[in-house]
Every structure is written in structure tokens, then in C-alpha cells.
Design a protein around this ligand. Structure first.
Ligand code: UDP
Length: 477
């Protein structure tokens, strides 16, 4: 490691949705701005995670340090939600990060932490180095996160029981039924964790966000406007550096059968259905999705997981159970009837490679932000099927603001979406005339994303500004 190079330490929370953009951020700092980068990862067991780690860092551009697993079992209530579990895990990981950093021969000159790790900003404080928070999702969710301490003061009772939408400066108003999971119950620990995170964001020297200027111009402008966010931003720089997505071809274990089949299908004729790294459906909903795909008479690839009774994010820490045989839970005869037009893949598949394939023409997605970005950057229109976290907001952003998706009439987390509606949505984005505008709009956004990342583009410029400010502080220190 050259002494003169700036050295960024990046801390990622667990979960593919956090890890993937952090790895891409690290690579860009190395490739485009001549940084040395060390990525710290809170450890947990997942085959898909280690596959991403191995495949993404080839060649090995960044040092990757997996912090030892922490035992949080004794620190959680029996009903602790995923948001709480991750927050507590990251809190317990902080001393490990501190020791790992102090053991480094070449200490970092800047610390960048993700949403769940704002408490680790104090380590940068102790070291006297600049510190930033990285929001792996979009500017609307960022605005809500920093505005939630204000909402907490003015809203009485549960957010979900309010009759009027919430007004957040520069943003589309937020309907009570769209609030993020940690806001569903104000007495639950996940709400206090979320509130704390919102209050800790301003402790950084700036915020990086995985979006780009032309995608969310009004929200980004409001985030920068001290008057609009009640003085919160305090001139805190906002760096929209996205879209940060995994490059095509970065998966090591490509399913040959799948890609051989895909290559034989006509252009934009296949709908891809997948619910992220953690999404699961009920048995009833799984049945309706199967029938919906079949009735749509479109070709499909479907990443399936065994149905669960309650949680919509129950595979988040495990990516599912590899012992599950899809024929045990899919409708009788479905696999046989559809085997020429459809591919069923249990648990996990290389999503970016599928979405970038010319035979794919639509994406039924749980609306995780990475999935959305991967769809947009490949010009693929979507069916928005939000399940957990901030996905209901993302679905609204896609359908009502960006115009690149359709969605079911009711929230899939509230009511089973029936086969006829699913088939109609599939046909709408794939072939129906009414879907023409959606298909055209997503291709426009694809170009807008490419422009933002180009040498003269806004996201490239934002990352350069960040790199400059890290170097200035280092030289001045
Ligand atoms: N992913 C994948 N194969 C799968 C499921 C997910 O490669 O079968 C990747 C997907 O491409 C995305 C990430 O895992 O990059 C999921 O992140 P997202 O933000 O979409 O959702 P999350 O899983 O965090 O809810």
C-alpha cells in the first residue's frame, strides 16, 4: 500500500442489499480515484454472500475483512424484528471494528459506514479522520430517515393510523400504509433504533446516496436546502453517486442450463420473477403466482423459495433452505405443464446476468433498491411487489413518480394477489399496448443512468468531489 494514497475504510451491514453497493463503491474509489480501500463486513453465514464476495473482488481490488460473528441472542426480545437484529448486531460489532482498525499497519484516512452503523462514526471521531454515511438506497428513503425525528415530535399515535399523508420536504407525500417497517409500531425497539439512526446521520461529514441527480432531482434539492429540511442538513454535503450495481458477468457460478435456455428465447420475451435475497411468500400466494405466470402465457424464470406462514423477510439471514424441493409446494402439474416456457430456480440465481440478457423483457420484483437499479440499468420494466423494509415506498416511486412499473391494486403484504391480476400485470409490461409507455420510460432511465456514470456525469462528479474532500482533509490534518 502506497503511503500517499488516501485509504478508505468502508463498513457494510449484513444483507446482500447492503454488501453489493458497498463493494461497488470500494471498487470505484480504487479504480477511478486511486484510493486504497478496506471493506469491513459484519459476519454472518450465507452461501450467497460468500459467492458475491469471491466473484465481485476478482481481481482483488480491495482488502476485505470479515469481522468475527457476534452473539446477539441474549440481547434481543423474543419478537425482535430484522431491523432491530441488524442494529444490535452492528452495535456489538463496533468494538471489533475499533480493534481491527487499530491493528492496521496503514490506518484509514476516511471512514464510510452504512445506515445501520452510524454509531461507528465515533471511531472516526476518535481517530480524527473524516466520516461519511452511505445510504445504499434512494433519496426519498434518506429524506424520511432524517425527517423521522421531526415526525416523531408532531405525529400523535401510530403512523399507520393517521388519516392524512405525511409531508416530507421535497418528496412525494407518504401515505400512512407506505411507511417503512420500523415505523409500523412506535412501541417496538425497531422504531427507537430507526429514530436514533435518523438523529445520528448529521454526525457525519456528508451523506453518500445510491441514486443520481436526474432520477430524484426535487428530493435531492430539498435535502440540500437548509430551510426545507428544518435546518437539518446544516450544509451537510449530499453525494448522489449511483447507480452502484454489480457488473454483468460478475457471478462465478452461472447456471449453464438456465443461460442455454435463455439464449434460445426471443428478444424481451421472458419475465423474471424474484423476491430478493430474503423475500418469501405464503403458500397461497405462491400458488397464485404460479397460476398467474401460467395464465399470462409468457415465458418466465422464477426464483422460488419454500412458502412461509408469517414473515415476508424470513430468508433474509439464510437465503432459504436448500433442501426444499419446489415440486412439494408448487401447484400440482405446474412444473410439467410449463417446462417448455418456464424455468424454476430454487433459492438463488445470478440476477444481474439474467436481467441483462436480451431475452428478458420484464421483472416481477420485491422492490429492493438494488433490484430496482439492476432493472433500470438494463432497461427492464417492472411489476412492483413490495414485501418489507422501505419497499412500499420504492414501489410508489416506481409507479407514481418514475412510471417504469405496474403494481397490484392492494399491497401484497396485506392481501393475496390473485392469479388473474398477476397474469394481467405480466401481459401489461411484456406485450400489451398499455405497457408501451412504461417500456419506453425505463429505456430512457437506462440512458439517464449511463449518462450520470459517464466521465462528465453527475455521479462521477459527486464521487470526485467526495474523493477531493477526503484528500483535502487529510492534507490539512
Ligand atoms: N440477488 C441475486 N440473486 C438472487 C436474489 C438476489 O443475485 O437470487 C441479488 C440481487 O441482484 C441484488 C441483491 O441480491 O443485487 C438483493 O438486493 P435488493 O436490494 O434488491 O434486496 P434485498 O435482498 O436487500 O431485500
Amino acid at each position: 500500500m502506497e503511503i500517499s494514497k488516501p485509504h478508505a475504510a468502508l463498513l457494510s451491514g449484513p444483507g446482500m442489499g447492503h454488501l453489493i453497493p458497498v463493494l461497488e463503491l470500494g471498487k470505484r474509489l480504487v479504480n477511478l480515484h486511486n484510493f486504497s480501500v478496506t471493506i469491513f463486513i459484519a459476519s454472518y453465514t450465507s452461501a450467497s454472500k460468500s459467492q458475491v464476495l469471491r466473484s465481485t473482488m476478482n481481481p482483488q481490488l480491495c482488502d476485505i475483512i470479515e469481522l468475527p460473528p457476534v452473539d446477539i441472542s441474549g440481547r434481543l426480545h423474543h419478537d425482535a424484528k430484522i431491523f432491530t437484529k441488524i442494529s444490535v448486531m452492528m452495535r456489538e460489532t463496533k468494538p471489533l471494528l475499533r480493534s481491527a482498525i487499530s491493528a492496521m499497519k496503514q490506518p484509514p484516512t476516511v471512514l464510510i459506514v452504512d445506515l445501520f452503523s452510524t454509531e461507528a462514526l465515533e471511531i472516526a471521531e476518535e481517530l480524527g479522520i473524516p466520516k461519511y454515511v452511505f445510504m445504499a438506497t434512494n433519496a426519498w428513503f434518506l429524506s424520511l430517515t432524517i425527517y423521522v425525528p421531526t415526525l416523531d415530535k408532531v405525529v400523535k399515535g401510530e403512523y399507520v393510523d393517521q388519516t392524512e399523508p405525511f409531508q416530507i420536504p421535497g418528496c412525494k407525500s407518504l401515505k400512512p400504509e407506505e411507511v417503512v417497517d420500523p415505523m409500523l409500531d412506535r412501541s417496538n425497539q425497531q422504531y427507537s433504533e430507526y429514530l436514533r439512526i435518523g438523529m445520528e446521520f448529521p454526525k457525519g461529514d456528508g451523506i453518500l446516496v445510491n441514486t443520481w441527480e436526474d432520477l430524484q432531482p426535487t428530493t435531492l434539492a430539498a435535502l440540500r436546502d437548509e430551510m426545507l429540511l428544518g435546518g437539518f442538513a446544516n450544509n451537510l454535503p449530499i453525494y448522489p453517486i449511483g447507480p452502484l450495481t454489480r457488473p454483468v458477468g460478475s457471478s462465478i457460478s452461472k447456471d449453464q442450463q438456465l443461460f442455454t435456455w435463455l439464449a434460445k428465447q426471443p428478444s424481451e420475451s421472458v419475465i423474471f420473477a424474484s423476491f430478493g435475497s430474503g423475500g418469501t411468500l405464503s403458500y397461497e400466494q405462491t400458488t397464485e403466482v404460479a397460476w398467474g405466470l401460467e395464465l399470462s402465457k409468457q415465458r418466465f424464470i422464477w426464483i422460488v423459495r419454500a412458502p412461509t406462514v408469517t414473515n415476508r423477510d424470513s430468508a433474509f439471514f439464510t437465503s432459504g433452505n436448500s433442501g426444499d424441493d419446489p415440486s412439494n409446494y408448487l401447484p400440482e402439474g405446474f412444473i410439467g405443464r410449463t417446462h417448455e416456457v418456464g424455468m424454476i430456480v430454487p433459492l438463488w440465481a445470478p440476477q444481474v446476468d439474467i436481467l441483462s440478457h436480451s431475452s428478458v423483457g420484464g421483472f416481477l420484483t420485491h422492490c429492493g433498491w438494488n433490484s430496482i437499479l439492476e432493472s433500470i440499468t438494463n432497461g427492464v420494466p417492472m411489476i412492483a411487489w413490495p414485501l418489507y423494509a422501505e419497499q412500499k415506498m420504492n414501489a410508489t416511486l416506481l409507479t407514481e413518480e418514475l412510471g417504469v412499473a405496474v403494481r397490484p391494486d392492494t399491497l401484497p403484504s396485506k392481501k393475496v394477489v390473485e392469479r388473474e391480476e398477476i397474469a394481467k400485470m405480466v401481459r401489461m409490461i411484456m406485450i400489451d399496448e398499455q405497457g408501451f409507455g412504461i417500456r419506453a420510460k425505463v429505456k430512457e432511465l437506462k440512458q439517464s443512468a449511463e449518462k450520470a456514470l459517464s466521465d462528465a456525469g453527475s455521479s462521477h462528479h459527486a464521487l470526485s468531489k467526495l474523493a477531493e474532500s477526503c484528500c483535502c482533509v487529510n492534507q490539512g490534518a
